[in-house]
Structures are given as C-alpha cells and as structure tokens.
Design a protein around this ligand. Structure first.
Ligand SMILES: [Zn+2]
Length: 276
C-alpha cells in the first residue's frame, strides 16, 4: 500500500513539474551532435533542424531515429548529406512538412524520396521570406549563408553518385510564440549582414557552426556572435570528423573571451534537453 502511495505521489509530482514547465512557456532544445537539433515548443509542436541523428558522434543515433514518433516540421538548411541526414525517414513516419528552399525541396522530392505532399508552397520558401505555422506559434525566416549546396544521390541504374542542383544554402530564424527566438546558422562563413538580424530581432539562442574547414571556425564564429548579439550561443558542427572539423569548444570559448562575450556560451551535451 505504502509503495502504491509513494508511486502515485511520484507520478503527481512529475506531472506537476512537467505542466509547470509548459505553463511557464518553456521551449525544449535537444542536440544530437553536428548540426542536428530537435525543438519542442510551448504548445508541444516538434521541429527537427538538419536532422542527421545517425551521425558519427551520436552512439544512440539509430535508437534516436527509431524513437521519433512525432514531428511537425523538418527544417533543412542545405543539400549536403550531413544536413539532409534522416529527414526522409522522419518525414515518412511522422508526416512532418519540409521547411527549406523551393529548390532544395524540389531536389529532395525528385531525387531523395521525400514525400511530395509534405513539401508544398505552404512550407517551402526562399531568402527574406517568412513562413508561419500553427496560428503563428512558429514563424521561420530564411536567412542566407555563405556556403554551397548540392544534393547528391546514387543513380538507380549505375549506382554512380550524382550531384543535383539544390538552390542556395541558408540558415533559419525561428520565432516561437511565448518562447525563444532561435537562429540556426546552417553552414556558413562569417558575413557582415548577420548584423541585420539583430537589428530586427532579439535573438535568444544562436546555434553557431564553429568547426572550421567547411564553415567559419571559432574565431569567425566569435565575430558572428558579436554581430548577432544572442543571449546564448550554442556551438555546433565541430568534432564530428576530428581531423577535418578542427574547431574546438576551448578555442571558441577563448575567442568569445577576447570579445568579452564568454558569458553567452552555452555548450550542449548530446541528447540532454535544455529549456529556454
Ligand atoms: Zn555541414
């Protein structure tokens, strides 16, 4: 009897804590390594950004993918494999809509097997444009990036890898009602127009690539933080391929320190949710 009462009490307290978090308008952010994130909004809507869950630094990637049972939106910043990731698998099992450029959307439907009915005009866009969902609970603006974009797939006859046109690469500004404004940089170099973002929006969380080689490294990323002026910055796209993506958390911290912005650094641990 005492055991049952204790279990009941535990359940009630857990329920109260969960509902208290939602009531406070908390948004949950989960990092799966590389540039892959899951966002759960205060109303419970689920977004995946660049969902390469099965990546080399995530030992639980396959289980994580299997566990996905709800997604409303899948955001893909550009056509490279490490960003398209598991978007098609997630789309097929959740019916989530694809948020990306019109061109990459077409490429993913034509060559990647993304369900056509989940990649329409309501969720595809282009730079400068904003798409809104769920009575404006989520507004997503397409932000340019200085990078490249092609979607590569195996030719069915020859199995030869073929690169297809996939539009221009980008990032996303995600404005969540009663929640944070999140800027996911995608893969990019530092560019001066990042300063325009902070002119029009107070960014709460910046998800910034720091790995170097294919994107800005720690130094450039710290300058990007100076332009965007986020409340918090979460480093990403580093360490996945250590011999290539050589930018480190320590180097990023040191660069932020030089710019007197180290207090904004919010490193995330794989699969450990953070509430904003
Ligand atoms: Zn990348």
């Amino acid at each position: 009897m005492r055991h049952i009462l204790r279990t009941l009490l535990f359940c009630l307290v857990s329920l109260w804590m969960t509902s208290a978090a939602w009531a406070a308008g908390k948004t949950e952010l989960i990092w799966y390594g590389h540039a892959a994130f899951k966002i759960v909004t205060p109303q419970g809507h689920v977004l995946f950004v660049d969902p390469w869950l099965v990546n080399p630094v995530n030992p639980d990637g396959a289980q994580d993918l299997e566990k996905v049972d709800k997604a409303d939106l899948i955001l893909v910043s550009h056509g490279h494999f490490d960003h398209v990731g598991n978007a098609v698998e997630i789309a097929k099992k959740t019916k989530a809509k694809l948020v990306t450029t019109f061109d990459l959307g077409n490429a993913l439907v034509s060559y990647g097997g993304f369900p056509k009915e989940q990649a329409g005009y309501d969720s595809l866009g282009n730079f400068g444009g904003t798409v809104s969902f769920f009575d404006d609970e989520i507004k997503i603006t397409f932000i340019p990036a200085v990078h490249s974009s092609a979607f590569t797939h195996a030719d069915t006859a020859t199995q030869q890898e073929l690169p297809e046109y996939a539009g221009n690469p980008g990032g996303f500004l995600i404005v969540i009602k009663d929640g944070p404004t999140i800027y996911h940089t995608g893969d990019t170099d530092l560019f001066g127009d990042m300063a325009l973002i902070s002119r029009h929006h107070a960014v709460d969380v910046m998800l910034a690539c720091i790995g170097d080689h294919f994107t800005m490294g720690p130094q450039g990323a710290a300058q990007a933080v100076s332009l965007v002026k986020p409340r918090k910055v979460v480093p990403m796209h580093y360490g996945t391929f250590p011999t290539v993506l050589t930018g480190t958390l320590d180097a990023f911290r040191a660069a932020l320190q030089r710019n007197k912005m180290a207090d904004r650094l919010t490193p995330m641990t794989l699969e450990k949710p953070v509430l904003f």
